[in-house]
Design a protein around this ligand. Sequence first.
Ligand SMILES: Cc1cc2nc3c(=O)[nH]c(=O)nc-3n(C[C@H](O)[C@H](O)[C@H](O)COP(=O)(O)OP(=O)(O)OC[C@H]3O[C@@H](n4cnc5c(N)ncnc54)[C@H](O)[C@@H]3O)c2cc1C
Length: 473
Amino acid sequence: MKREPVKSGELAADKRVEGFDEVVAAYSEEQALSESGRCLQCKNPACISGCPVNIDIKEFIFQVTRKDYAGAYFTIRKTNNFPSICGRVCPAEYQCRKACVLNKSKLAYASSEAINIHFLERFVGDYGMQHDLKVLEEKDIGLSKIKAAVVGSGPAGLCCAGELARKGIKVVIFENLQSCGGVLRYGIPDFRLPDEVLDYEINCLKDLGVEFKTNVVVGKTILLNELFQQGFDKVFLGLGAGVPSFLGIKGENLCNVYSANEFLTRVNLMSAYKFPEYHTPVNIGEHILVIGGGNTAMDAARSALRLQKMNGIKPEVSIIYRRTETEMPARRLEIEHAKEEGIKFKFLTQPQEFQADDKGFVAFLSCLECKLGEADSSGRRKPVALPGSDFEIECDLAIIAVGLRANQLLSAVTPGLKTDEHKDLLVDKETMQTSLNGVYAGGDIVGGEGTVIEAMGMAKRAAKAIIRSVKIN
Ligand SMILES: Cc1cc2nc3c(=O)[nH]c(=O)nc-3n(C[C@H](O)[C@H](O)[C@H](O)COP(=O)(O)OP(=O)(O)OC[C@H]3O[C@@H](n4cnc5c(N)ncnc54)[C@H](O)[C@@H]3O)c2cc1C
């Protein structure tokens, strides 16, 4: 008999839009055992090379089949510091699951659907969290006098800090916001990644001796060279890509046109949905448009719809995208969830101009219809606007989610810190060292907008290089 894939439980769509509770439920032990039992334990497991940090997926799934959950946790932790986070947010369908041989399998006894590696990873990660399994410190006495400054507390910064602290290096994280976690805190909403999961990982770092200094903008509050003057031997820059891109069309500066970053930060970090109990407000419209097709657009749209429900407004949120669903970069699961929750999609639609009401608030978006043309450098077919196809959409709140870029604040004031044509930091790909000696970097500030696991992969490479360099000197 064919073994069918085990789906995770989910909050019903009409219940989940009532608030910010987590949508996807964890596997039960029974579900994890059943799903792990589908793994073919391939001789040459392609899934491992599909993972940006090469988790030994075959081994950890085998350990799950043996109910050795602690063993599975430590197997994952060898290469991935935050399994509970990645099990929730990794775009597995483009990474490990894409490489799973079951995708193409015609085996009579196996379903042709990839193993749900991410759900198993979350099961194991949550087991580790619930049992407070700590990864052993490998303190090296020789390193205890070394001090490292980590700038930015997103997944790159947290991961690098953990790797260094485990070896006994004294680490201080400098973060410009009031809370730590980067996009994991201010971008990804609680219904995908609850704060408790992130808080647990941050507390583990504190247990390792990592110190956190919030509300410090490196490049303004303190300069990079001043960190060295204060006695830090090495610096890691995990600054992320926090500057939103805009459409560059008329009316983008009208009231109630937000960047997705601002909108999500107000909601997630400043608890704007609890205004006036919390001090930061956020305007919620009746006809909300979100422009973009990535994870940020999905998160903004789904958050906005929840806020309409919570404020007693009839939900009406549409996503405007220039291409079709096939070209959308968002995780498939998020697109499905958005549809289930009642978000509408307007594909092949190019925004032209926001128009105002008589008080200067956005009232309409004029658009052109598009068709798909030739593929561009990203391999996706380019949208081509159709002249004369103009139409208008009613809109009293618009959220722009069309990409993020590097913040140049630090590179602009740091002589010798070289950037590329996108203003991302230039690094040696092997050591992640920047153009400045002793200064390393990783995450979105290096490759542009990427994924959580890619950011962590770079941070681990940097940490290894830092440890190697201090051991040599
Ligand atoms: C809304 C949204 C949803 C996403 N969803 C997913 C998803 O589902 N799955 C996935 O894999 N990826 C997702 N991503 C992408 C992923 O979150 C990023 O690739 C990842 O967070 C990059 O990590 P980072 O550590 O490089 O940067 P960030 O997470 O951006 O963290 C950088 C940190 O550095 C701080 N900082 C910046 N400059 C300074 C300074 N000068 N001084 C002090 N501190 C500074 C910032 O405040 C921030 O806290 C999403 C991104 C967004 C915006």
